[in-house]
Design a binder for this molecule. Structure first.
Ligand SMILES: [Zn+2]
Length: 344
């Protein structure tokens, strides 16, 4: 992770708040923050240790919302121009955070990639209009009070990343909200050996590659051997393939995070095992883990990520809210384990 965002955004938000009652009300409405969020944020800004912990997260606590991207052209009066100009600085920081850290915008800042592309690639004028008429605003989607803010524990930091992303998952799964599922699977016109090569390069086990493509398993093994000859960097660290419920039982938090990322990215994940999204989600999952200091040996392999995605499609593993604390868990349908949030 090259740039950080949380501490500065919290301080900037609070500075706005203290600058006057009029601004306070505007920002409460526009930032979509509740009063208790504000109390939490102000107490956080006084605690350097916790502030460092949230600042080290590879995801922004503030997420970007918008109502529409169809804003046309228009004219802003002087007062609007000044206000919108200030806000633009913040939105550009969100884009910068996602781009420089090479994290998908929906994960980094909660903005779907169509919204991101339109905003980021737009002219200065069109960005002003998006902020002014498109309803661009920032706010939180998770319960901030659940964050652990413990920088010395990669596991606690990874929980905080997951908490933030589950807030997005709940938001995007509401009826009428679009923006998730933008990664489409490999097109049916793409030659299967090309797909297979790509999946092997992403360290998926030949057996799963054969299963997905329908190619003969021996042929896929031969393809892998020739790839290894050509590019020694594609060394196999793919590990063993294990049953998805075993991966879930052994690494419940990692499985939940991986599946949340996959669910946010993959087109049609409940109807097919979206191999291209498996690759994309695994890459993002690894980056999130690395950013908080998780060891590679503790991460889920691409093949086991594939297995989890496959189990989501068949319904063997579901993302379901806990009946007690309401937070989402990844659950094995036949034998649900304990809630990783409240141990229920
Ligand atoms: Zn629970």
């Amino acid at each position: 992770m090259r740039v950080k965002i949380n501490a500065s955004m919290i301080q900037m938000g609070l500075r706005w708040l203290t600058s006057g009652l009029r601004d306070f009300n505007v920002i409460l409405a526009e930032q979509r923050l509740t009063q208790s969020d504000m109390v939490w944020l102000s107490s956080l800004s006084a605690n350097q240790r916790q502030l460092n912990a949230v600042d080290a997260l590879p995801v922004s606590l503030y997420r970007v919302h918008y109502n529409t991207l169809k804003v046309g052209r228009g004219y802003l009066d002087d007062e609007e121009f000044r206000e919108i100009g200030n806000k633009m600085v913040m939105f550009m920081e969100f884009c910068h955070f996602s781009r420089v850290n090479e994290t998908s915008p929906i994960l980094a800042v909660g903005l779907d990639d169509v919204g991101y592309r339109v905003f980021e690639a737009g002219s200065f004028d069109s960005r002003m209009m998006l902020v002014s008429r498109g309803g661009f605003s920032i706010g939180t989607r998770c319960n901030l009070r659940k964050l652990r803010m413990n920088i010395s524990s990669p596991d606690d930091q990874l929980r905080d990343v997951t908490t933030v992303l589950l807030g997005d998952l709940r938001y995007f799964l509401k009826p009428g909200v679009s923006g998730i599922g933008r990664v489409k699977d490999y097109p049916s016109t793409m030659p299967l050996d090309v797909v297979a090569t790509e999946l092997l390069q992403q360290k998926l086990q030949p057996k799963l590659v054969a299963q997905w493509t329908g190619l003969n398993a021996d042929e896929v093994v031969r393809m892998k051997r020739s790839l290894l000859r050509d590019t020694p960097l594609v060394q196999s660290q793919s590990g063993r393939i294990q049953a998805p419920n075993k991966t879930l039982a052994e690494s419940p938090l990692h499985s939940l995070l991986y599946l949340t990322v996959y669910r946010l990215l993959a087109d049609n994940p409940l109807r097919r095992t979206n191999a291209r999204a498996v690759v994309a989600a695994h890459r993002e999952y690894v980056e999130l883990c690395k950013a908080v200091g998780v060891e590679a040996s503790d991460m889920i392999s691409p093949s086991n990520g594939y297995q989890l995605s496959n189990a989501m499609k068949t319904g063997d593993i579901t993302l379901t809210p806990c009946s007690k604390c309401k937070e989402i868990n990844a659950r094995y349908a036949l034998k649900p384990g304990r809630c990783i949030w409240c141990n229920h």
